[in-house]
Design a protein around this ligand. Sequence first.
Ligand SMILES: C=CC1=C(C)c2cc3[nH]c(cc4nc(cc5[nH]c(cc1n2)c(C)c5CCC(=O)O)C(CCC(=O)O)=C4C)c(C)c3C=C
Ligand SMILES: [Fe+2]
Ligand SMILES: [Fe+2]
Length: 347
Amino acid sequence: MVSKSEVGIILMNLGSPDSTAVPDVKRYLLEFLMDKRVIDYPWLFRKILIEGIIVPRRAEKSAEAYSSIWWEDGSPLIVLTKQLQAAVQHDMDVPVEIAMRYGNPHPEVAFDNLLKKNPQLREVILLPLYPHYAMSSYETAAEYAKEIYKKKKYKFKLSVIPPFYDEPAYIDAIAESMRPFLQQRHDYVLFSYHGVPERHIRKGDVTGHHCMKVTDCCHVKSAAHEFCYRHQVTITAELVAAKLGLPREKWGISFQSRLGREEWLKPYTAGLLETLPKEGKKNLLVVCPAFVSDCLETLEEIAVEGKHSFMSNGGDSFTMIPCLNVHPMWVNAIVKYCNQIMQAETV
Ligand SMILES: C=CC1=C(C)c2cc3[nH]c(cc4nc(cc5[nH]c(cc1n2)c(C)c5CCC(=O)O)C(CCC(=O)O)=C4C)c(C)c3C=C
Ligand SMILES: [Fe+2]
Ligand SMILES: [Fe+2]
């Protein structure tokens, strides 16, 4: 049994470049895209494709995009994750650190900081800040942290909190963060999730015969759902819509941020933003529940590029609902998940 005074918490997010300078963005993109769980081609092919083609082509444009959303104290994703750390720390009497999958702070620094704060540390609870399981998000964060943990031969136990896509505290937090925006005129609510290649969904199907093979696979009971991003984002949207009493014809799901030529999950957000106004859905609310902190993909791709596309295709109003960031109900949800693990395991 572990006592509460021997526990530490790490909140792990995706990470951002250290600055908007092109070399820093290049370094970040290389680390990110060379991750075999993000671009899952053979190593040599990846190296040629990513180092030789994708990163050199993308770095400058990406640096420009980061410059357009950068805050005085840094990347929004990092600043907001630090604010979340402070808010959770305020409500918990065990030390809380943050770590990033790519860039800084590295998980090893977070583990070592917890050890410095408490040399008696016997358990670390790791919360990957991804509500849904995807090989390229939750899985890579959790596995990377475990890899560092094993390599460094830490003596404490490492417990990883599972995806929380259908947990009532997370669903309630998303719903309540959306509720004030539902007061304003809207014809449609779009749940825009970060996309992944369709191939990743089939690859992650532990049954080998369910995902994107069975009709309406996301709603047919299967062991595949535990690791299926498409199923999990569908359930999040359905639970939130039910909680808010949104009629079925008033909301939909789409997938953003496609990279490369492969087929990604559909429908694509970019395409819908062009067609929705033509269908009479001219006043739009967009929410992005796969991201818990606002970041490049919400502040630039949705709030700037997406808005521009929607409005220039005949839209009348476009509102991006902010991510959970430091919403008090989200902070409470985190405290609750961590406490659940501690109560199950501590004296
Ligand atoms: C093959 C490429 C990518 C996959 C698959 C992918 C999945 C994925 N990503 C997130 C969350 C975030 N991604 C962010 C930025 C970002 N994503 C990719 C590529 C893939 N992501 C790139 C190249 C970038 C960098 C920016 C760019 O050049 O476009 C971010 C924002 C980071 C920030 O600093 O603000 C987040 C968050 C999830 C959840 C996910 C799978 C479900
Ligand atoms: Fe991404
Ligand atoms: Fe599935």
